[in-house]
Write a protein that binds this ligand. Structure first.
Ligand code: 2M8
Length: 511
């Protein structure tokens, strides 16, 4: 495939088309994750969607987060799906049966499990931008943080208590869907111990009707396990302790833990800046304590040999050693400069973004060098633009703006065809899964707004920066546009500037 440098017109079209996709997926107070495959509001999708929309409208971005909070459970849990309207999506409210749960919210049907806590990371970014703009945007964003601070704290506290009752510093997930990486090989070993019982209610999958090739989605065997865990949650009335005592799948998730640590620090920062959540027992102190515990838990999980963080199967006590992008959890939460530097080198190196087989040098969900890698199957290898956004965000925070910018530019090049696919075949660049996926369009908008430390630049400045990829540079079917080459940065030879701050966080401008 031949790819030439996107022109200024293409860049303009990408911004317009991304905005159009989000507008078309807008249902008033919330955005569907995609038009047909996911016709509802998903929790971590909503976080990414909000930060993308904020580049166009801060009030609409805040409305997205406000709507999400209407689904919050009395426990503090933010559920992974809010079902605002009937649809053919399966499993829908009739299967989740949350009426058995005392903590369910009033008014809106939801699922009964959660997803990664990306929301406060998005909110902090929205606040930062709104302040730069000043005026009404700033006023709205600041008062939204004041209004919702306790709700976000309750969400984080839920994860830190109900989902880490023994203070391991790893958030326990009860379903692969809670990781956001549904069928990732991270979960193959724990799922091998999930045996659907004969009383699993029959089911008909709706997802396969919306994709051209079923092999891009999880298999029926996997789906039966997903639905069996759902039954176990229903049968324990969505009580976390009761599920822990009997459920088949209980795993400490490093990516969720790292996001919780990073989000908790950002919540504490916002509390301090706005003079809320003060005092020794206040929200700021609680947030800092949560951040410390989970950062420590993530760092403890790092495999000294591979340099990647590992999930922990809490049923067997075994570390799960899989080369998935979740292994970069320490890059997201910082805390150890040597680990951060090693992870940066790994990420840019030949097992990951620098792999010569990749069509675009952006992070794949599983390393192409891993035996578990499947290039067309969902979270088993394809590239997900939201993961690339997270890696770029993490690199910025750990004092690596050039490497972050390289991922951003490569990510934009991947999206220039304006399909805004759910995921991408990493070796050919083919679009896979759903088209017009909201969070992909949102990432494009955020990348186009060209965040670099302390500045966002107009879209028109971008054209000259995009990597030039010509047939001459590309051996057939492979990419040579590594982030290092794009940004003039050699893998393993990062800029001299060390990560800022003892916990590896960057300046406020990077958030
Ligand atoms: C996918 O997950 C849902 C179940 O939650 C599904 O396959 O039906 C995942 O990619 C998940 O991370 C994402 O939030 C969701 C909606 O985009 O789709």
């Amino acid at each position: 495939m031949t790819v030439s440098q996107p022109s200024a017109v293409e860049i303009g079209l990408m911004a317009g088309r991304a905005g159009y996709v989000l507008r078309a997926n807008d249902r008033g107070a919330f955005t569907v994750a995609s038009p047909t495959l996911y016709p509802h509001m998903w929790s971590w999708d909503a976080g990414f969607v909000a930060l993308g929309i904020a580049t166009v409208s801060v009030p609409r971005a805040l409305a997205e987060l406000r709507t999400l909070l209407t689904g919050q459970w009395a426990t503090g849990m933010i559920p992974h799906i809010l079902f605002h309207q009937p649809s053919d999506y399966f499993p829908g409210p009739a299967r989740w049966r949350i009426q058995v749960a005392a903590a369910r919210p009033a008014g809106v049907p939801t699922s009964g499990i959660c997803q990664p806590p990306i929301h406060v990371i998005a909110l902090s970014r929205i606040l930062h931008d709104a302040r730069r703009r000043g005026g009404e945007d700033q006023r709205l964003a600041e008062s939204f943080v004041v209004e919702t601070f306790d709700a976000w704290l309750a969400w984080h506290s839920y994860l830190a208590t109900a989902r880490d009752p023994y203070s391991y510093g790893l958030v326990e997930i009860h379903h692969g869907w809670e990781s956001g990486m549904d069928d990732s090989p991270r979960w193959d070993s724990p799922y091998a111990n999930v045996h659907p019982g004969p009383d699993l209610p029959p089911f008909v999958r709706a997802d396969l009707a919306h994709v051209s090739d079923p092999s891009q989605r999880p298999s029926d065997v996997e789906y039966a396990r997903y639905l069996w865990l759902l039954e176990q949650k229903v049968r324990t009335r969505y009580d976390d302790a009761a599920y822990r005592a009997t459920g088949d799948f209980v795993v400490g998730d490093v990516l969720v833990s790292a996001l919780l640590a990073a989000a908790s620090d950002l919540l504490a920062d916002m509390g301090e800046e706005l003079g809320i959540g003060g005092g020794a027992a206040g929200g700021v102190a609680q947030s800092r304590a949560i951040a410390r515990r989970f950062r420590t838990g993530v760092l403890r999980s790092v495999d000294p040999t591979s340099g990647l963080a590992r999930d922990l199967d809490l049923r067997t006590g075994r570390w799960l050693e899989v080369e998935s992008a979740a292994g970069f959890a320490p890059l997201l939460c910082g805390g150890d400069d040597a680990v951060t530097r090693r992870q940066r080198d790994l990420l840019l190196g030949p097992r990951w973004c620098g792999n010569s087989r990749l069509r675009w040098p952006v992070v794949p969900s599983v390393s192409p060098a891993s035996p578990a890698f499947r290039e067309r199957t969902y979270w088993r290898g394809p590239q997900w633009p939201v993961l690339n956004w997270l890696m770029a965000w993490a690199l910025n925070r750990s004092g690596e703006p050039e490497a972050a910018n390289a991922l951003r530019l490569a990510g934009l090049s991947q999206l220039v065809d304006c399909n805004f696919a759910e995921y991408y075949e990493p070796l050919t660049g083919e679009v896979l899964g759903s088209r017009d996926q909201s969070w992909t369009a949102a990432i494009a908008l955020d990348f186009l707004a060209a965040r670099r430390p302390a500045q966002r630049r107009p879209v028109r400045w971008l054209t000259s920066e995009l990597p030039r990829i010509t047939p001459a540079q590309r051996p057939s079917g492979t990419s040579t546009a590594h982030p290092a080459r794009v940004a003039g940065h050699r893998p393993g030879h990062g800029p001299a500037a060390p990560p800022r701050g003892s916990d590896g966080t960057g300046s406020a401008a990077d958030r």
